[in-house]
Design a protein around this ligand. Structure first.
Ligand SMILES: [Zn+2]
Length: 219
């Protein structure tokens, strides 16, 4: 099997983690609208991830879709469908990362804190190391924050066996959401391949998540 573009960018990642700059910062000149590498990346918004740098992607190479957690939400699916069917991408790289903030709260906790529950405010303040300012009112959106499954832990806690497993669960759930969508073909000549990774913010390296596999529990 020929090397995929994802594999080429994994080699770039190894160079990036070793201190080599792959990305060119200059304006590339006129380019086509279709991403040159036919890649779509879904990643967390965390400030420590520079997706272009860590994959060695140049301007014009890929669609980069980011949100809190790199969660495969309805809006990410919307973007991937447009990316694939209208703009020709055929490989998805899904990236979660160590020390992710989505490990440090639950949907119920954040919602209760925003609505003004004093116990939740206190817990969120302890977790973030700064006073949590409640809005003291309810809201109908967002319908969910999609915090990661499993036992919550302090914000920015270092990697351990437990939290790395929680990250793997969520990567697999994201992959499953993409792979099971009826408008994203995953077989045949129009196939969209999907691979999931965890980026270690302490080393700069990507690690692939096996799929299929466990997708987690709430406790
Ligand atoms: Zn994150």
């Amino acid at each position: 099997m020929p090397e995929s573009k994802t594999d080429q960018h994994l080699k770039n990642n190894a160079k990036y983690a070793a201190g080599e700059a792959i990305r060119k910062p200059n304006y590339p000149g006129k380019q086509r609208i279709q991403p040159a590498k036919r890649i779509a990346v879904v990643a967390c918004m965390d400030a420590r991830l520079n997706v272009e740098d860590l994959l060695g992607l140049q301007t014009g190479d890929a669609h980069i879709i980011r949100n809190a957690g790199g969660v495969v939400s309805d809006d990410v699916i919307r973007s991937l469908i447009i990316s694939h069917h209208l703009l020709g991408t055929n490989e998805v790289i899904l990236i979660h990362h160590t020390r992710c903030g989505m490990l440090a709260f639950t949907d119920d906790l954040l919602k209760a804190g925003l609505e003004g529950d004093p116990a939740a405010e206190k817990l969120l303040g302890q977790a973030t190391g700064r006073p949590f300012k409640s809005c003291k009112t309810s809201a109908s959106t967002p319908s969910a924050f999609r915090a990661f499954r499993g036992q919550i832990e302090p914000l920015d806690a270092p990697r351990d066996d437990k939290n790395i497993e929680r990250l793997r669960w969520d990567v697999r759930r994201g992959m499953a959401s993409i792979l099971s969508h009826p408008w994203i073909p995953t077989t045949g000549p129009d196939e969209m391949t999907v691979r999931g990774f965890i980026y270690d913010v302490d080393t700069g390296k990507l690690e692939e998540v096996s799929y299929p596999g466990p997708m987690g529990s709430t406790v």
